[in-house]
Every structure is written in C-alpha cells, then in structure tokens.
Ligand binder design. Structure first.
Ligand code: GLN
Length: 484
C-alpha cells in the first residue's frame, strides 16, 4: 500500500479494498519499523491518527468522497498543531505544545486527512542537509550515510521511504525543492502568498512559503488544492481565486516555450546531472515543447542577497524566543538579562545563532544601508530578470541542486559550501515565484531533481507540465532499496 499515490489510495478506500484505519495502521507500522534508521519523524501521533482514521471511515461509508478523506499524511514540525508538540527542530521549542492549529493544518483536518505525526527538520528551517536538527540528522533512504537535503528533510525522507503518502514542507530558499530532489520525490513551492503562513513558525517572513511534498505531481495538485487560498489571518495571503488544479492535468504541451537559463547549466554543475537534465528536456521537446535559451544575469547574486535578507528577518522573528512567554527557559536565572542570555544561548543551536548574529549586524545602524538596503535593491534586479524571461517563455527549467545528496558530515563544517547547495532555488524565493522539483534520471544510484519555475500564480501550469513528464516516463516511481 505504501507505494501507492494519494489518488490510488483514495480509490482503494472508496471501493472498500481497505479502510482508513487499516491504511493508517500500515503506515504507523512502517514508521515504527524504519524511523530508528531514518529519523524522519520527531513526533508520531498514533492514537489521534487512528481516531481520525475511524472518523474518516465513517464519512467514507456515508458516501463522502473528498480527495484526501482518510489519507495518512505528515506535517513538517514547523506547523503548529493544537495539543501536539511543535518543536521546529529546536531545543528552544522542545517543550512547546501548540495551543492552536496552523491554517494549513486546520484545512487538512477539515479535508479528512489523517495526521500521522510531525517530521524532522533543520532547526527553524535553517539548513540544506537536516543536520541542524536538535533531534539529530535525518538519513536519506536511497543511501543512509547521505543527507536527505533540508530543511524539510524529514518530510522528504518519509515520503520517499513510504512512511506517509504525502507531507507538508516549507521553502524559504529551497527547503521543499532541494530535499525533494535529493530524495527522488515531487516538491512544490507555491507563489508567495498562495498558502497561508498563519501558524507556520516564521523564519524569514518575506520568503517563507508552505507547500506539498509527494510522490507525483498529481498528488501535489491534490494537496495544493487543500492548502491554497486566502486567509485573513495572514496579511500577505493572496486574495485570488484558487483554480481546480486537477482539471488542468494532462493538457497538451505542444507549443510550450521552455526557458533554459544559460547560467543554470555548465559552470559548477556536475556533468552527469547536466546530462540528466538534458535528457528530461529532450523528453519535453519530444512532447512538442520548444527550448529557448534565456539569461538570468543576476543568478550569482542570489545566494549573497539571500544571506543578508533571510538572517535579517530571522534575527527579528526569533527575538520572541526570550525564555519568558514560551519555549526553553534556563534554570535559576540571576536576573532578567541572565534569563535572556542563557535561555537563548542554551536554547538555540550554532547555525541559528550564526544567522541571528549576521542579521543583527546587517540591520544595525551604519550597516543597514550597506547590507540590508543593498540586498533589497538586488532582490528587485533578480525579480526583474524573471519578469523579462517570462515575456519570452512559459516556464523555466534547470537543475534543482548542483549535486546529488552529499554525505552526512561532508559539508557541515563549512557553512558557505553548504549555502551554495541552494544556488538554483534561492532566486525563486527572492522573486516570490512558484517552483517545483521532480525526479529525473538518477546519477550513481542517487536521485536528481529537475526544477520547474513558473510565473506568479501559475501553479496549475507547473503541475500540468510536471504531470505530463510523469505520464511519459517512470523516474518518479522508483523506490529506494530496502523500503520497497
Ligand atoms: N537552505 C536554505 C537556508 O539554510 C534554505 C532553507 C529553507 O528554505 N528553509 O536558509
């Protein structure tokens, strides 16, 4: 059952091949069998999952047929879940039981999806390898000594290993797409504002966006259908109608203009990965699409710009964790200052502290103009590059990441090398565009992701383009050995 997609499982539930309780139990069994080696989940909600499954079974028997009714999914531990520990991968929130549901979580609950648990992640979503979690590194099911990517590595490894059928993730600079690429699954970062950030613990508010991580584009469409939409509780939520994402799947691609940025191929890109990307592009031309060489001239400025903007915003967002209202508090503080210093000093890990320090520096009087303001200006130039490109093409394609999954420990001592793993994904967040990663031909037995970038609110188009490739090829249906 665990190799099936959402739509296959939904059909099985409807025709009575199995119940949601049976399905949920089979996933919970896999979680207890494999979570020790993968470390994908921080919290498993066995009892409440089985209760929701029972309710779902009753609704199914009564003839209800919502696409996610009775389907077992997992949420990244950055989404607040009422009554359930919400740690954000940090010691700071190790004792935090959220008093309310994130908007996304309540939408999934209403849809009848069953929450199996909360997935592991880099602390406060800062990282590209899931090695920054307070709960220890997550392992890649394709090779246990390799990282699953980050920061949504728990969700990616859980979906790839069949420890849930689909999961939520969040993407500030690549955290849905890069782990999707490393684990051989489909990941979609929607347009900024498409999915509510209410109750999603903030890292860098102008970049953060939640989205689905699934086995297929069709499943991503089903998940996004539930997640997307206006939420008055998030002031940056887009008040735009949500299209029927399923309805657009399967549309013909003839005449589709695919922009291939010259800055994304060659350069630092592994030659085998480039060959894999070219193979997928050739498949698209076979389906009637046309390749157009484009240029995104400010590509090289994405990473440095992001590493001013994101830390600046995180230094402000994370100031709320002061040991007073919630979260970790040091023992026996001498006075208020000692309470702040030691609670934050002991509660945050090294990468989070590094970002808070960089951000505080970039925002301080005298440096604000030199760093933060400059970064905001470059952010505009990066958005303009995409605006120009979308005058000529319908969708942009390139690699998701410059390499396949690297080894655990291989880059953890060198933050700058680590930051470069997001070289192809970060600009999409700076511009607020939707982006996707889908599996293409593996290299050395490890998954490779093709990145698809769309114009604002064109998720339906991206999903169709991804789905068409998955109808013609079977790269997305490979499963890691040992987890079949
Ligand atoms: N890897 C990037 C970072 O460390 C992006 C993380 C993310 O998208 N949440 O900030």
């Amino acid at each position: 059952m665990h190799n099936k997609t959402i739509s296959e499982l939904a059909l099985g539930l409807r025709v009575g091949d199995f119940t949601s309780v049976e399905l949920t139990r089979s996933y919970l069994d896999r979680v207890s069998k494999f979570n020790n080696e993968l470390n994908s989940y921080i919290t498993v909600c066995e009892e409440s999952a089985l209760q929701s499954a029972e309710i779902a079974d009753r609704r199914i028997r009564a003839g209800e047929a919502e696409p996610l009714l009775g389907i077992p999914i997992a949420h990244k531990d950055i989404f607040c879940t009422e009554g359930v520990k919400t740690s954000c991968g940090s010691k700071m929130l190790d004792n935090f039981i959220a008093p309310y549901d994130a908007h996304v979580v309540s939408l999934f609950n209403q849809s009848g999806a069953v929450m199996l648990g909360k997935t592991n992640m880099d602390e406060f979503a800062m990282g590209s390898s899931n090695e920054n979690s307070y709960y220890g590194p997550v392992h890649n099911p394709w090779k246990l000594e390799a990282v699953p990517g980050g920061s949504s590595g728990g969700s990616a490894s859980a979906v790839a290993a069949g420890l849930c059928v689909a999961a939520t993730g969040t993407d500030t600079g690549g955290s849905i797409r890069q782990p999707a690429a490393f684990c051989g699954i489909t990941g979609l970062k929607p347009t900024y504002g498409r999915v509510s950030r209410y109750g999603m613990i903030a890292f860098a508010s102008s970049l953060d966006q939640g989205g689905p991580m699934t086995r297929t584009a069709e499943d991503a469409a089903a998940m996004l259908q539930v997640m997307a939409g206006f939420d008055p509780r998030d002031s940056t939520s887009a008040d735009q109608p949500v299209p029927d994402y399923m309805a657009g799947l399967g549309n013909d691609l003839s005449g589709l203009r695919i922009g291939v940025p010259k800055e994304y191929l060659g350069g630092g890109l592994d030659a085998d990965i480039e060959a894999s990307i070219q193979l997928a592009l050739a498949e698209y031309t076979r389906m009637g699409a046309e390749l157009v060489e484009i240029s995104l001239p400010n590509t090289q400025l994405g990473v440095p710009t992001y590493y001013v903007v994101a830390p600046a915003e995180c230094s402000s967002n994370l100031s709320r964790f002061d040991g007073v209202r919630y979260g970790y508090r040091c023992s026996d503080p001498k006075d208020l200052e000692d309470l702040y210093k030691r609670s934050r000093g002991e509660g945050f890990g090294p990468e989070v502290k590094r970002r808070i320090m960089i951000g505080t520096y970039a925002l301080s009087a005298g440096y604000y103009d030199a760093y933060y303001l400059k970064a905001q200006k470059i952010r505009h130039l990066i958005s303009d590059d995409f605006r120009e490109a979308f005058k000529k093409v319908d969708v942009i394609m390139g690699p998701t990441a410059p390499s396949t999954a690297f080894g655990i420990g291989e880059k953890s001592d060198d933050p700058v090398t680590m930051y470069l793993s997001d070289i192809y994904t970060i600009a999409v967040n700076l511009a607020g565009l939707p982006g996707m990663s889908i599996p293409v031909k593996p290299v050395g037995g490890m998954p490779v992701g093709l990145q698809l970038i769309g114009n604002y609110f064109e998720e339906a188009k991206l999903l169709n383009v991804a789905h068409r490739l998955q109808q013609e090829t079977d790269w997305h249906s490979a499963t890691p050995a040992g987890f079949e």
